[in-house]
Design a protein around this ligand. Structure first.
Ligand SMILES: Nc1ncnc2c1ncn2[C@@H]1O[C@H](COP(=O)(O)OP(=O)(O)O)[C@@H](O)[C@H]1O
Ligand SMILES: [Mg+2]
Length: 223
């Protein structure tokens, strides 16, 4: 369960505080999916960074299954980010010198040993249609295939929260639709809370909950 209460974010500037987010409150249960739309610069990425514990809020709280990551010490916070949150960005951010399988296993290189991770990686790669490409390098894949590897990597720790920031932003329509379909398949199978920032109407339409960031506030529409 993701619970956000009174969340606000501002950045200090020489001309005073730049207010990005103002008093956001919402709750999402496991298995729920929400899209976030809003104009460029409205704070969509900032919101995801806060929810993923990469950036602290100025005010308010975020809890995931009852844990507020911003109350944790630095070691516990690193464990929280590694085990509780999966991120997919617009750029795949794969390591070019590593194989597809190694890239999926990168999050497992830090933190506790996880002997079942290689088998889970194969299962995830099977679900994104890349089990035959496990030994390939990212440079040997198409843009859509690279994003599918990034999706498998985001889920290797089986995180309860999956955050996607324009995951199809660099892809053409057909490749974007494939990534969107696989994203939803995995989200439903793993029962994550899913938040996806997207301009892709097909991807947004798959989310039963729609958020729009407007004037520093979040408006919610349920389909
Ligand atoms: N570290 C920072 N310091 C100051 N301003 C920032 C910082 N990060 C983002 N911003 C500002 O916050 C606003 C929202 O940015 P962002 O969350 O990236 O928007 P979006 O993802 O909706 O395009 C922008 O005006 C941006 O310039
Ligand atoms: Mg952004």
């Amino acid at each position: 369960m993701l619970e956000v209460s009174g969340l606000a974010k501002s950045y200090p500037t020489p001309r005073g505080e730049l207010e990005i987010l103002k008093d956001l409150t919402f709750t999402l249960a496991p298995g729920e999916a929400a899209s976030i739309v809003g104009p460029s610069g409205s704070g969509k990425s900032t919101l995801l960074y806060i929810l993923g514990a990469l950036e602290p809020p100025t005010r308010g709280t975020v809890t995931l299954d009852g844990v507020d990551p911003f109350t944790l010490g630095s070691t516990e916070l690193a464990v929280f980010r590694n085990q509780r949150v999966g991120f997919v960005f617009q750029d795949h951010l794969l390591l070019p010198q590593c194989s597809v399988l190694e890239n999926v296993l990168v999050p497992v290189l830090v933190g506790p040993a996880d002997e079942e991770a290689p088998e889970r990686a194969r299962t995830l790669l099977d679900r994104v249609g890349l089990v035959d490409r496990m030994d390939h390098r990212p440079s040997e894949l198409s843009g859509g295939e690279r994003q599918r590897v990034a999706l498998a990597r985001a889920l290797i720790r089986q995180p309860p929260l999956l955050l996607c920031d324009e995951p199809t932003g660099n892809l053409d329509g057909a490749a974007g639709d494939t990534v969107a379909a696989m994203l939803f398949d995995l989200h439903q199978q793993q029962e994550t809370v899913l938040l996806v920032v997207t301009h892709n109407t097909g991807l947004a339409a798959r989310c039963p909950i729609r958020f729009e960031l407007r004037g520093q506030c979040l408006e919610r529409a349920v389909q």
